[in-house]
Design a binder for this molecule. Structure first.
Ligand code: UT7
Length: 319
């Protein structure tokens, strides 16, 4: 058993839909501009009584059900989120309790790598499984970034969305996750951040972004990291069945697909009606591809994400 395999996926989106037309009523923008520059037509917003934990719970239950395993087989829970319901207890331990997993030898913890969080969490769980330390992990990406949107800032309020996605990873003697590739460059921290800090939590905290600068670095780094994942595994671009990218901007996704020589028909897109759900976007896209029958057992899939930090990463996975 030297690999980890994804054996179940699940997702959850809040029911409230915010369209481009809705946004054009509150900021100086148009549906045409947003679709042309981002590919987004609508996004989801959590209800006031919803939480990141509640979204993670539904996505996790769906992933566990799809995997067919007994939830008590899960030996680790990792939640990637930059929008936890509270600073502590962390989201993952609340999730463990809600799922009814009573084994204390199931460590549950959050990681915060913003939109790249799911790739990082997948990498951590994969290392634990490969080492033989555990055999089964629940890996979740859940975020509610709309809570940190400045609804008067047209450069950011058009992008972000809420949701959760989850996978169950299990040890197997066949791959599975071939490799994960993680990168961070903290010198770009001032190009994308949430204002304020924990020394002054009464202050309004909003997403601040120099979008055009983020865009340029994202295109370059994502192109590099997908090349790195293929070269590491001696895999050709034409071997990839599906690119499952972080859904930040359709133009960024198209640039990565072009670098891979992949037609857009082999890219799982959710951006049009989901916007950018941060750490949830990759597992949500995977879940949609699996549930609608496009992603089939045995397919070779390439996951990638880019985020504040800056942090970015990729994972090459045999589904
Ligand atoms: O998930 C984390 C990673 N995040 C990303 O990867 C996001 C990366 N960045 C982007 O997706 C794009 O940079 C944006 C969608 C945020 C912006 O698109 P852009 O093509 O880079 O536009 P820009 O920032 O260069 O702005 C061009 C013009 C500006 O007007 P002027 O200065 O040329 O008169 C903006 O004020 O577009 C204006 N603009 C808008 N106009 C209508 C900016 N936002 C809007 C808007 N509606 N919502």
């Amino acid at each position: 058993m030297k690999y980890s395999r994804i054996i179940g996926t699940g997702g959850y989106l809040p029911s409230q839909v915010l369209t481009n037309a809705d946004l054009a009523k509150i900021v100086d923008t148009t549906d045409e501009w947003i679709v042309d520059r981002t590919g987004i037509k609508s996004r989801r917003v959590m209800a006031p009584d919803e939480t990141t934990i509640a979204m993670a719970e539904i996505a996790s239950k769906r992933a566990i059900e799809a995997s067919g395993i007994d939830k008590n087989k899960i030996q680790m829970i990792i939640v990637a989120t930059c929008t936890p319901h509270s600073l502590f207890p962390n989201t993952a331990s609340s999730l463990q309790n809600l799922l009814g997993i009573t084994a204390t030898a199931c460590p549950a913890f959050d990681i915060n790598v913003a939109c790249s969080g799911f790739i990082y969490a997948l990498s951590i769980a994969d290392q634990y499984i490969r080492s033989g330390a555990i055999e089964c992990a629940l890996v979740v990406g859940a975020d509610s970034l709309t809570k940190f949107v400045d609804w008067s800032d047209r450069t950011t309020c058009i992008l972000f969305s809420d949701g959760a996605g989850a996978v169950v990873l299990q040890a197997d003697d066949k791959p599975g996750v071939y490799s994960t590739h993680l990168h961070t460059d903290g010198s770009y921290g001032n190009l994308l951040y949430i204002s304020g800090n924990t020394s002054n939590i009464s202050e309004n905290q909003y997403i601040k972004m120099q979008g055009n600068e983020v865009f340029k670095v994202a295109v370059t780094k994502l192109g590099d990291v997908v090349d790195e994942a293929l070269a590491f595994n001696n895999v050709n671009q034409s071997d990839i069945d599906w690119l499952i990218p972080h859904q930040a901007n359709l133009r960024i996704i198209k640039a990565t697909a072009k670098r891979l020589g992949l037609p857009m028909e082999r890219v799982i897109l959710t951006i049009e009606d989901q916007g950018n759900t941060s750490a949830a976007s990759v597992p949500l896209a995977l879940d949609i591809g699996v549930r609608d029958g496009r992603v089939k057992p045995g397919d070779l899939i390439l996951l990638e994400a880019f985020s504040a930090g800056f942090a970015w990463g990729a994972a090459l996975v045999r589904f």
